[in-house]
Design a protein around this ligand. Structure first.
Ligand code: M6R
Length: 361
């Protein structure tokens, strides 16, 4: 049941300290600091030359986050939208690891991309939430995200669990297939990971997202910007916002604003800017370009961050490694979508025209 909540979506957002604990449990050995995913031996990993992710929707955004983490660790990796992968992508060989990210394990586009990868001779790894799902059965190996069942059509807790699982996978892969400069940033992220469920719990308890969201209801459109790991978060936050509020929302790479989208920015289009602790000066500059056009900027950033004084509102995230700041920012923005949709009286758990798992191409 909904456990006293009006909507599954809010219940699932608030349950993330628990679901993340389950995702992390048993994955990191405290003595050696090494990662165990019950899949892929070091010998198998050392044969891979590159990683290709295939996924749709929110899972694609998690894949983009994962491929960025891998790139930072010196591993060749790229994320594809599964529906496009079948038409054209880099060549697949028997030295390619294809990671299919799918919460349900039943998404037709993703299953199709997995078939293409297998035909090309790749090793296919499914990262899924559902035991015995079609993706788990079709894959050579499977890693479960252990987020627990997700009922709301909007993917929330599964995005966080996917992101963490892909971070662990990135760590494991980079140990055995990374370049010269691998290792360090992801090791840091493993230390911060242990605190992440508690950080998330504190952030949820103190969140001001409802009050800030109410200020901006009735806007013409809602924009989300970010860079690096903040970019998939901006895309994901806009997807969530449009999916459940039916309002116009877009996510942009912050540096791209001035290459076109800035023409849309007015005093009636609030801009939510994600600050992850990396590349933030540039994002702040981009946010100021929006302010110059009269838009309010809401900074999603740690307390005391230079962006806080320079912008119009602040959604705080706890102090963490840059690898996880985006995940935390995303949860604040899940709350923004939820409260906007709730205020507008939308059908939050079952938005119009959408289904929880999309079994047609
Ligand atoms: O089950 P999957 O992870 O394969 O689903 C992929 C998308 O259909 C899904 O993430 C969709 O984008 C969400 N409803 C968005 O909240």
């Amino acid at each position: 049941g909904k456990g006293g909540y009006e909507h599954y979506m809010l219940k699932e957002i608030e349950s993330q300290p628990t679901s993340l604990t389950n995702t992390i449990k048993g994955r990191v050995s405290p003595e050696s600091g090494s990662v165990d995913l019950d899949a892929l031996t070091p010998e198998t990993i050392s044969e891979f030359r590159e990683v290709q992710f295939v996924a749709c929707g929110t899972s694609y955004h998690a894949a983009l986050y994962g491929s960025t983490l891998l790139n930072e660790a010196g591993v060749r990796a790229r994320a594809y939208r599964a529906s496009e992968y079948q038409m054209g992508s880099d060549p697949v060989t028997d030295e390619t690891l294809v990671v299919a990210v799918t919460q349900s394990g039943e998404t037709a586009d993703t299953l199709g991309a997995m078939r293409r990868a297998s035909r090309g001779g790749a090793t296919v790894l499914a990262v899924t939430n559902v035991m015995g799902s079609s993706a788990a059965r079709a894959a050579d190996e499977t890693v479960y995200i252990h987020a627990g069942p997700e009922i709301g059509v909007a993917a929330t807790k599964t995005f966080s669990s996917q992101t963490v699982t892909l971070g662990l996978l990135a760590h494991r892969l980079s140990e055995h297939m990374g370049g010269e400069d691998r290792g360090e940033p992801l090791d840091l992220a493993l230390d911060a990971l242990a605190d992440l469920p508690d950080d998330l719990g504190r952030m949820l308890d103190g969140s001001d997202a409802e009050r800030i969201t109410n200020r901006y209801l009735g806007s013409d459109a809602y924009f989300f910007i970010g860079r690096g790991l903040g970019y998939p978060v901006a895309k994901e936050s806009a997807l969530k916002f449009k999916e459940i509020t039916y309002e116009h929302a877009e996510g942009f790479a912050s540096g791209e604003l001035k290459h076109g989208p800035l023409a849309l920015v007015t005093p009636r289009t609030p801009v939510f800017a994600v600050f992850t602790g990396e590349h933030d000066e540039k994002t702040l500059k981009n946010a100021k370009e929006a302010q110059t056009r009269g838009a309010d900027v809401v900074a999603v950033a740690e307390e005391g961050h230079p962006a806080v004084d320079a912008t119009d509102a602040h959604l705080p995230i706890p102090d963490t490694a840059p690898q996880w700041a985006g995940l935390l920012a995303n949860v604040q923005l899940q709350l923004v979508s939820y409260h906007a949709a709730n205020e507008l009286g939308r059908s939050i758990d079952k938005p119009r025209n959408l289904a929880k798992s999309v079994t047609v191409e």
